[in-house]
Design a protein around this ligand. Structure first.
Ligand SMILES: Cc1ncc(COP(=O)(O)O)c(C=O)c1O
Length: 356
């Protein structure tokens, strides 16, 4: 089957032909000098593009693998999980499923989590606070920098950030944020196929992990770090995807990260303006995501809209979780351009007009 439509989805997202082609180089083995060089170069470029010196760990998994890794390696017993949507709930669930005592902060869907929602729930027994930067079910961008700062004013838990749909689309200012863990995958704003989870993590998290029991094997941060120090992967890495990552990071450097973030902002503003005029937005003003927009469905028949768009070469995303039936989502991240977003919106107008 040949798929020719452009993905304005929330992930996996559109992957450019030249990026796909960069992944077709001959295979190398992962305990070779060539591989060491490849991984070393990638780590250097991740540091440059994200503007951080934190440790970089990579795992052949989707991002959830390393979200689990944070909890298993960083929390002996108690954590605080913040949620205002499906993915915040998911990280709380990962904690519970791994036998941790998870204290929960639940904020209404569509609203951003504010420091005042979090601070009263802290005490010195809380080892980590988990939070989602860009909540993909609601398109709320949580003020993680402000939350982390407020948390650290009186207590010192690890700050764990799910940056799955934020990294590479939004400047998270890692030098100010200083997360203990920041996790994302390749299939979102990095605009690569799925299959690799990436984490930036602090020395103090790795130090504590040494004394945390039952870390498991596959996502044990201590073992991963030992291998990362030799520019190796703990288990067999997806070498083809690493070729793509190396190629894509060069493209990010050529574009310039400030330009990349500005392009995401421009695409988001264009979609938000369209949504405001036509159907309505879901997220709290002032906290809207630059990578995803959640739009009120009103009387629109989403399956008919999607069908019409696919016939014209476009694909968008359904609503998610509790608001699956009342909203739909447009992803505007990765390598998409403002012009392409303009084209999508014009086609949505035409499809909706034709269905009146
Ligand atoms: C905010 C957020 N967190 C976590 C995940 C789970 O990531 P993965 O499917 O790569 O494990 C997603 C996936 O869409 C997400 O959007």
């Amino acid at each position: 089957m040949s798929v020719t439509h452009t993905l304005f989805t929330v992930g996996p997202v559109e992957v450019r032909k030249e990026v796909l082609e960069s992944m077709t180089k001959p295979m190398i083995t992962h305990r070779s000098k060539e591989y060491e060089k490849l991984q070393e170069g990638i780590v250097e470029k991740l540091h440059k593009t994200l503007d951080t010196d934190l440790n970089i760990l990579m795992s052949p998994a989707s991002a959830s693998g390393l979200l689990e890794g944070c909890v298993r390696s960083g929390v002996s017993s108690r954590m605080l999980g913040l949620s205002n949507g499906s993915f915040g709930d998911r990280w709380q669930g990962i904690g519970t499923e791994n036998g941790k005592d998870v204290r929960k902060v639940k904020v209404a869907w569509g609203k951003a989590i504010k420091p005042a929602d979090v601070v009263p729930h802290l005490d010195d027994g809380i080892e980590a606070v988990t939070m989602v930067a860009n909540e993909s079910s609601t398109a709320v961008l949580n003020p993680v920098g402000e939350i982390a700062k407020a948390v650290r004013e009186k207590h010192d838990p690890f700050i764990f950030i799910d940056a799955v749909t934020a990294a590479y689309g939004t400047d998270l200012k890692l030098r100010e944020l200083e997360p203990d863990a920041l996790v994302f995958g390749t299939q979102k704003a990095l605009a690569l196929p799925p299959g690799l989870a990436i984490m930036c993590c602090s020395d103090r998290l790795l130090k504590k992990a040494e004394s945390v029991p039952n870390r498991g094997y596959y996502f044990d941060l201590v073992q991963m770090k030992k291998m990362a120090d030799k520019n190796y992967s703990l288990t067999t890495p997806p070498v083809s995807l690493l070729y793509g990552l190396d190629f894509q990071l060069d493209r990010c450097l050529r574009e310039g990260m400030a330009n990349r973030y500005a392009r995401h902002r421009q695409m988001a503003e264009m979609v938000r303006n369209w949504a405001k005029k036509n159907l309505g937005l879901y997220a709290e003003p002032g906290y809207m995501s630059d990578t995803i927009t959640v739009i009120q469905r009103g009387s629109v028949d989403f399956s008919k809209l999607q069908k019409g768009l696919k016939e014209r070469g476009y694909e968008i995303s359904n609503g998610y979780g509790d608001i699956k039936e009342t909203t739909f989502r447009i992803g505007h991240m990765g390598d998409l351009t403002v012009e392409e977003v303009r084209g999508l919106l014009k086609n949505i107008d035409e499809v909706l007009e034709g269905q009146k």
